[in-house]
Design a protein around this ligand. Structure first.
Ligand code: HAM
Length: 424
């Protein structure tokens, strides 16, 4: 019997794991510069949290959740996203009793039963931020700039920021009625999927890529022309703060996002090089979410970035992350006695923080050297009976080919001088 990983999941193998670690390390650094703190919530939650939080009439809840009954008969769902869990945790742990706003971030796997394709998986990884308990438009700009800063740090400078306001509980229902009326008047030109969306979730029609739907959508009433005064002011202020930070954006009134909790600011960062799944990260305000899942009126804003998409975006632009796999020293041994002595040295070197390796397959000197090469060893040393007897050996810089005779008993000191410890 042959086992494969489930469809839509990926093994992340070395050396790629180094890229992941680099991304995670940068995320921790940059997010903490912006004073966001890490939160870790469970991988699964009660299903109802996502039904209420994300919305019953969304693709995620209708079609994409990994839901099962546990042995106690409770309905459990693998988290398809992080926001609902973070707000659940914020409410459950009464964090609202502390100084506000609360600024959290998370990194971890999410699960959606989608049709796998490039940039779309069933288990994927997000890094996300949520800033809770403030409606300040400056925070919207902070969140967006934080995402852009992260991408810039990875070398991605030319991605498009699409920005919209999807209004609030006051102005959106009036807009939705207007939109429904318009869509019904043009129903014949819409695809079957959009026809059925008119009554169930008309905003999603604005997201349809079908050519015939597009011709209807382009003349549809725009949410940005139908915002109430306070939403319009908020949206203007967000833009002003983005201008202060010199961030370019495209106002896109068709940007509606796939989750129902959004209010006011909605945004997506797109990379045209990615094809159909072109959104590297997306987010927005969700001022009604805490009320929906916990009867507490608390504003919030955040985004989540897909790590797999970030990697694809880097690949499309031939950007190499500065990661290096390899060892500082490979000890090539000849004979049993040399192996035993070297094994002691290996332990001492590792204890001092040097990445060190030795042969475990009883190979010839030539094969051991090949192994050292494959491992990207910076230095190699050959230790045999002669070297042990003379207490001296030759250490070789694998890149330059330079060699140096050293006292074996001084190997640790020599390595300290040779290897720049800052780089380890
Ligand atoms: P989302 O737009 O559903 O938003 O997902 C955010 C990002 O996760 C996407 O832009 C994409 O990079 C990545 N992503 C989503 N689905 C997949 C998939 N099947 N395969 C690979 N990558 C994927 C949210 O999840 C919201 N919770 C974001 C948010 C946080 N809004 C406010 N706070």
């Amino acid at each position: 019997m042959k086992f494969n990983a489930p469809r839509g999941t990926n093994d992340i193998l070395p050396p790629d794991t180094l890229k992941w670690r680099y991304i995670e390390k940068k995320t921790h650094e940059i997010f903490s510069n912006y004073n966001y703190q890490e939160i870790r919530t469970p991988i699964f939650e009660y299903t109802e949290l996502f039904q209420r939080g994300i919305g019953e009439v969304t693709d995620i809840v209708e079609k994409e959740m990994y839901t099962f009954e546990d042995k106690g008969g409770r309905s459990i769902t693998l988290r398809p996203e992080g926001t609902a869990s973070v707000i659940r945790s914020f409410l459950e742990n009464k964090i609202y009793g502390q100084a506000q706003p609360t600024k959290y971030y998370y990194i971890g796997p999410m699960f959606r039963y989608e049709r796998p394709q490039s940039g779309r998986f069933r288990q994927f990884h997000q890094l996300g931020v949520e800033a809770i308990a403030s409606n300040d438009p400056a925070l919207d700009a902070e969140i967006i700039s934080l995402g852009m800063r992260l991408l810039q740090d990875f070398g991605l400078n030319d991605l498009e920021l699409h920005l919209n306001s999807v209004g609030c509980g006051e102005c959106r229902p009036t807009y939705v009625d207007k939109l429904k009326k318009y869509l019904n008047e043009n129903k014949e030109q819409l695809c079957d999927n959009c026809k059925s969306r008119i009554d169930r979730n008309p905003l999603r029609v604005l997201d349809c890529k079908n050519d015939s739907c597009q011709s209807v959508i382009k003349d549809a009433p725009k949410i940005t022309d139908n915002l109430c005064e306070s939403c319009a002011d908020h949206f203007n202020d967000v833009q002003e703060y983005l201008d202060i930070l010199n961030l370019d954006y495209i106002i896109n009134p068709l940007l509606v996002r796939g989750l129902d909790y959004y209010t006011n600011t909605a945004f997506e960062i797109k990379d045209n090089a990615l094809g159909a799944q072109d959104t590297v990260f997306g987010g927005g305000r969700y001022n009604g979410l805490a009320e929906e899942i916990g009867s507490r009126d608390l504003p919030g804003i955040g985004f989540a970035l897909g790590i797999e998409r970030l990697l694809l975006s880097l690949e499309a632009k031939d950007i190499e992350l500065p990661v290096e796999s390899g060892v500082d020293l490979y000890i090539t041994v000849i004979g049993e006695q040399a192996k035993k002595e070297s094994f002691k040295l290996l332990d001492q070197l590792r204890n001092k923080g040097f990445r060190t390796e030795i042969d475990y397959l009883g190979r010839s000197v030539g094969s051991q050297m090949k192994s050292a090469d494959r491992m990207n060893a910076e230095y190699t040393i050959i230790i045999g009976e002669n070297e042990l007897n003379n207490n001296s050996a030759t250490i070789r810089n694998m890149k330059s080919g330079d060699e140096k005779e050293i006292q074996l008993s001084n190997l640790l000191e020599e390595m300290k001088q040779l290897v720049d410890k800052e780089d380890i």
